[in-house]
Design a protein around this ligand. Structure first.
Ligand code: ATP
Ligand code: MG
Length: 174
């Protein structure tokens, strides 16, 4: 899975449409405290289907929408677009959009899909909102303190087999 481009609009502090090109190799994001570095990583996790508002440092999922400042009114939606290539080399575009009070909607390569379809796309690429490759501030301490079951989940995500559990649960419900 290769992320090539990230577009944000109304997501947290990224109130104006912003577009980032990510070149192959190592990318560093630098800037003063509070400039939005963590928000950027959260945008990647969010478009991959993160469902925990708490892990996005909010009380509810609407908190990812630009909340306004002294000089700017709040927005009523947030959208993040992730463009890249899957492990097999196919082009991939995932869009997540949230409207205040109305929840999230997802699109993969232009088609409306469910949250769990997005989770599968990334689980099969051995990545996703809970990928061990995405290390948030404070996460190292959380890994050290993790219970065995949580640690197993991290290993399964790293091994790219997390998608199998989603499919098994699906099959059991049918
Ligand atoms: P540090 O170097 O301290 O880790 P950082 O670059 O990681 O800083 P972030 O945590 O990404 O900074 O950004 C925090 C900023 O984002 C704060 O100024 C906060 O007010 C702003 N912010 C977060 N959510 C929203 C929102 N919904 N609407 C507007 N601004 C927001
Ligand atoms: Mg930070």
């Amino acid at each position: 899975m290769q992320i090539r481009r990230l577009k944000l609009c109304g997501f947290k502090s990224f109130v104006e449409p912003a577009e980032l090109h990510i070149e192959p190799g190592l990318t560093g994001v630098v800037g003063p405290n509070g400039c939005g570095k963590s928000n950027l990583l959260e945008a990647i996790r969010w478009v991959m289907g993160e469902s925990s508002a708490k892990s996005m440092r909010g009380g509810g999922m609407d908190d990812v929408i630009f909340a306004g400042t002294g000089t700017r009114p709040p927005r009523d939606f947030a959208e993040v677009v992730l463009q890249g290539a899957s492990t097999g080399g196919e082009e991939l575009e995932v869009v997540r959009r949230i409207e205040r009070g109305a929840g999230s909607a997802y699109r993969v390569n232009g088609r409306d899909v469910r949250a769990k379809d997005v989770a599968l796309v990334f689980a099969d690429a051995a990545t996703g909102a809970h990928s061990p490759a995405l290390v948030s501030q404070g996460r190292i301490a959380a890994v050290i303190a993790a219970r065995p079951a949580e640690r197993r989940q991290m290993l399964e995500e790293a091994a790219g087999i997390a998608g199998l559990h989603v499919r098994r649960k699906d099959a059991e419900q049918k």
